[in-house]
Design a protein around this ligand. Structure first.
Ligand code: ADP
Length: 629
């Protein structure tokens, strides 16, 4: 044929401009695109060879070669795949809308071909990524089944030419003449890195060859070079594509270590595939330990995404809800275009479906793990605090998450946690609500005076001691129809209705008797508490401090203040135990004696809940004076 020069259609010229200047932030991905095209071409040749033996009469050893010439500044990516004729070249590399691959897939679908090979590339732009690093691209290709070879050549600005060419074997070679400043791609180690990073799991060997071997190369250098060039750059194993039963646990473990740099190995390995609405394979891991970064906002999170074995990106956070950010792993989908960008993933329907399937799978894995007692406790000890966030942020899964939560309780041994379901099962006969108390440390919570009445009435109390627990109380709302009630807040009464009634009457009577005392104490502590009243919560302790029912949790107040927001000091209520001999005795005091005693009483309430006393010096002085008496 005669050499024919054509201009790119306007939309290609425009697209090329986009590709070169902005489409991909990382120029290095051109190699991934070209290797994918080559792998794709081999897939097609293999597939067509199944029914047309002539196409594969040369019995090819399928493979992809990267041949580099540092002197000429060229890189050539060759494959022995399907190849192209002049018409294919015109159609595939001269227009974008009709991507050859797309047409091929369409044809296969119409034939009802079940063995549809996994073809890479749905949008016809990958090839042009070559121009990001090359100022001139030449394609020499020979279609399987034909004898003629053709070449396509372009420097972008001058359009492209198609002409006759020579090629001994069927297949395609893409020769790039690298732009000024892109010489890094001529280096073996850089190329090896890129292949490992993006194309490690391509199913055909990708090899490297030095074209311009120096005439004076030393023997030992030649030996070393030949040795490394004899081996493929890629490992060719996509672990997530293999059936679980065919993969040894060590293989998963090795992959996990390589992938996460967490040399402890995984706690749990979860290979699974999505079927139905979206097709994908996933290989997920639960790590053994939490890292500090889990609670840092800038921490990288998310799963790695592959599209048909080709690496798209890691830390794709759209694949996981944030309360599962400790999960690591890979998702490989054939329902996404290869050139999908992060921005596109943001509201991609396929991604949303994968996220939902992944979430569900992890939840069901945890539900299974729950049956394994101690093993679950190990997991929950490491990641329970992150999991809990889901109750607050993911209403869709909140109910399933709640069932996975465990808390220490007033009755449980230190370090042991109880599922909400078990708490509810063991509730006292006349108990209507789920009781909890918040404290910064479990030891403090266990000693809280507010627990006394609950204990007396046979009610257990959940101890909320994770920093996140306090925020969660709003979102927890109810479990199995039972409300969550903070026993350190508002008016809480335990026991049967009759008991409550009797208690109320006794309280009113006591309040009447103690009225002058309560008023005197209130006056003394005017600046510190909003009210002083008789308590229903106490048995052994003389007093305690309680918040009003709708008060902000102290942890929230601390956070708001850290963010420089004005939060007025919310005064709490001092509750006294009317039956306590100390209270009865104090009620007989007056003047300075009463003043000092009330100051001590207030400090005692602070100490009991693990809070610091307001004036340590005064406290010590009062205490010494008291002991001397
Ligand atoms: P796509 O996303 O379709 O791969 P590209 O721009 O990368 O888009 O390539 C356009 C078309 O060129 C491909 O669909 C394919 O038909 C053809 N092509 C590209 N590289 C090769 C190759 N190495 N061998 C055979 N055909 C190729």
């Amino acid at each position: 044929m005669e050499k024919k020069t054509s201009q790119f259609k306007a939309e290609i010229a425009e697209m090329l401009d986009l590709v070169v200047n902005s489409l991909y932030s990382k120029k290095e991905i051109f190699l991934r695109e070209l290797i994918s095209n080559a792998s794709d071409a081999i897939d097609r040749a293999k597939y067509l060879g199944l029914t047309d033996k002539d196409l594969v009469a040369d019995n090819p050893a399928w493979g992809i070669e990267i041949a580099v010439d540092k002197t000429a500044k060229t890189m050539m990516i060759s494959d022995n795949g399907i190849g192209m004729d002049a018409a294919d070249l015109e159609k595939n590399l001269g227009t974008i809308a009709s991507s050859g691959t797309k047409a091929f897939r369409q044809a296969l679908k119409e034939k009802g071909g079940e063995a549809l090979p996994e073809l890479i590339g749905q949008f016809g732009v990958g090839f042009y990524a070559a121009f990001m690093v090359a100022d001139k691209v030449r394609v020499v290709t020979r279609k399987r089944g034909g004898a003629a070879a053709f070449q396509w050549e372009s420097d972008m600005a001058g359009g492209y030419t198609i002409a006759d060419a020579e090629r001994a074997e069927p297949g395609t070679s893409i020769m790039l003449h690298l732009r000024e400043g892109q010489e890094e791609y001529l280096d073996y180690w850089r190329v090896q890195d890129l292949v490992k990073k993006y194309s490690d799991f391509i199913a055909y060997p990708v090899t490297f060859r030095t074209v311009d071997v120096p005439a004076d190369e030393k023997d030992e250098d030649r030996k070393r070079r030949e040795e490394r060039e004899a081996k493929p750059l890629n490992t060719m194993v996509a672990l997530w594509k293999r059936a679980k039963k065919d993969v040894k646990p060590e293989e998963y473990e090795e992959f996990y270590k390589h992938f996460t740099h967490d040399y402890d190995g995984p706690f749990e390995t979860i290979p699974f595939s999505g079927e139905g609405a979206v097709e994908f394979k996933a290989l997920l891991f639960l790590p053994k330990k939490a890292t500090m970064e889990l609670f840092m906002p800038q921490q990288k999170r998310g799963l790695s995404l592959y599209v048909r074995n080709v690496f798209i990106g890691d830390d794709i956070e759209m694949l996981l809800p944030s309360w599962l950010r400790f999960v690591k792993g890979v998702v490989d989908s054939s329902d996404l275009p290869l050139n999908v960008s992060r921005e596109m993933l943001q509201d991609d329907a396929v991604i949303a479906k994968i996220k939902s399937a992944v979430t569900s799978k992890i939840l069901s894995t945890l539900e299974d793990l729950k049956k394994k007692g101690e093993r679950y406790d190990e997991f929950f000890g490491a990641f329970g605090a992150v999991l809990k966030e889901g109750v607050h942020t993911d209403w869709e899964h909140a109910d399933r998450i709640k069932k996975l939560l465990k808390y220490p309780t007033a009755r449980s041994d230190a370090g042991k946690r109880v599922f909400l379901k078990d708490y509810v099962k063991d509730m006292a006969a006349d108990q209507k609500d789920i009781y909890y108390i918040c404290a910064e440390r479990e030891e403090d919570a266990r000693k809280a005076p507010q627990l006394e009445a609950a204990r007396r009435h046979g009610c257990d109390v959940l101890l909320f001691c994770d920093p996140v627990d306090e925020y969660l109380t709003e979102s927890l709302r109810e479990f199995e129809g039972k409300k969550f009630v903070d026993i350190a807040k508002g008016d809480v009464q335990f026991g049967s209705e009759a008991e409550q009634k009797a208690e109320k009457e006794a309280n009113e009577k006591a309040a009447g008797e103690l009225k002058p005392f309560l008023e005197a104490v209130k006056k003394e502590l005017e600046s510190k508490v909003s009210d002083v009243r008789v308590s229903t919560r106490l048995t052994d302790s003389p007093c305690c401090l309680v918040a009003k029912e709708y008060a902000l949790p102290p942890s929230m107040v601390r956070m708001m203040r850290a963010m420089k927001q004005e939060v007025p000091d919310e005064k709490r209520i001092l509750e006294v135990n009317a039956a306590h001999p100390l209270v009865r005795k104090l009620a007989t005091l007056t003047g300075a004696e009463l003043s000092d005693a009330v100051a001590l009483l207030y400090d005692a309430a602070l100490i009991a809940e693990g809070s610091p006393v307001t004036d340590g010096a005064r406290f010590t002085k009062l205490l010494s004076a008291l002991m001397l008496k």
